[in-house]
Every structure is written in structure tokens, then in C-alpha cells.
Design a protein around this ligand. Structure first.
Ligand code: INI
Length: 156
């Protein structure tokens, strides 16, 4: 018996994708959004008509918006984009952990792909590095993972 391999390619022209992006630290989050949109369109060949962007105040609000989008049943994948910076808040752990926990809950409860592009960094400089400079663009990576997973899930 040959081994069965299930793996995803990236192009996904018919995919419907929603992105939830935080306004907090918007100078970083907007770069993540640019990266995600570029990857969805260029790598995934996803039509602009099939992409929805939802803006929320901060990382804490990301999971509830994801939950509503997941419940709508309209999307093949969701992408979460945000930025939590340790130096900027005393409740870094609360914001970062609750956001991450909520994202995992939404994806497992609804069996919908939620790609996590929420940066959690020690400094603003680390965030800048991951938002389109020397450490790449986490939004683009999240979009790429979403595309791959859409094609994986369609085979499962
Ligand atoms: N939200 C973020 O997305 N990033 C942060 O770094 C942050 N800090 O520093 O506090 C942050 N706080 C706001 C939070 O996400 C909620 O919007 C707010 O608490 C209202 O519910």
C-alpha cells in the first residue's frame, strides 16, 4: 500500500477569506494587512470580491469578530491580524493570551481555518521587523498558511 499524502497547494481562486485586523498599533497592523492582501491576491489568486476586511479596536476584540464570521458559514478561512507589544502595556500577558486562546477556540469549535497573524513582541522594533522589514511580514505568512490549509481541508 503506498503512503497517502495530503498536502495543500497555494492557488485558491474560488476561496472566500475574511481578515480581522486590529486598529491598536495600526501603523504595524496596516502593514500586516498589506502583506496579507498581497499574498492572497498574488500567491492565492483570490479575487478581491471574495475578500472581506473587518476592523476591530484591539487584539482582545479579534476572537469575537472571528466567531461571528465563522458562524456565518460564508468563509473558507479567516485571518487574524494584530500587534501586542510588551513594553507598551502592563497587561500584555492578558491581551496576548486571551487573544491567542480565543483564536484557537474559534478554529476548533467551528472547524474553520483561522490563521494567526497576531504579533506578540517585546518591543516596537521587533514588531516593525515582522511587519514588512528584515524579519518578513507576519500578515503575509498568515495568509500563505491560510491558503495552504484551505486546500488541505478540502481534501480531509
Ligand atoms: N490591544 C492590542 O491589540 N495591542 C496592545 O498592545 C494592547 N495594549 O497594549 O494594551 C491592546 N489593548 C487593547 C485591547 O486589545 C482592547 O481593545 C481593550 O482592552 C478594550 O477591550
Amino acid at each position: 500500500m503506498p503512503v497517502t499524502y495530503i498536502e495543500g497547494i497555494k492557488p485558491c481562486q474560488d476561496a472566500k477569506v475574511a481578515i480581522v485586523v486590529s486598529r491598536f498599533n495600526s501603523f504595524i497592523c496596516e502593514r500586516l494587512l498589506e502583506g496579507a492582501l498581497d499574498t492572497l491576491k498574488r500567491e492565492g489568486q483570490v479575487s478581491e470580491d471574495n475578500i472581506t476586511v473587518v476592523r476591530v479596536p484591539g487584539a482582545i476584540e479579534i476572537p469575537v469578530a472571528l466567531e461571528a464570521l465563522a458562524q456565518s458559514g460564508k468563509y473558507d478561512a479567516l485571518i487574524a491580524l494584530g500587534c501586542v507589544i510588551r513594553g507598551a502595556t502592563y497587561h500584555f500577558e492578558v491581551v496576548a493570551n486571551e487573544c491567542a486562546k480565543g483564536i484557537t477556540q474559534v478554529t476548533l469549535k467551528n472547524k474553520v481555518i483561522v490563521s494567526n497573524g497576531v504579533l506578540t513582541t517585546n518591543t516596537i522594533d521587533e514588531a516593525v521587523q515582522r511587519a514588512g522589514s528584515k524579519a518578513g511580514n507576519k500578515g503575509s505568512e498568515a495568509a500563505s498558511a491560510a491558503l495552504e490549509m484551505i486546500n488541505v481541508m478540502r481534501q480531509l
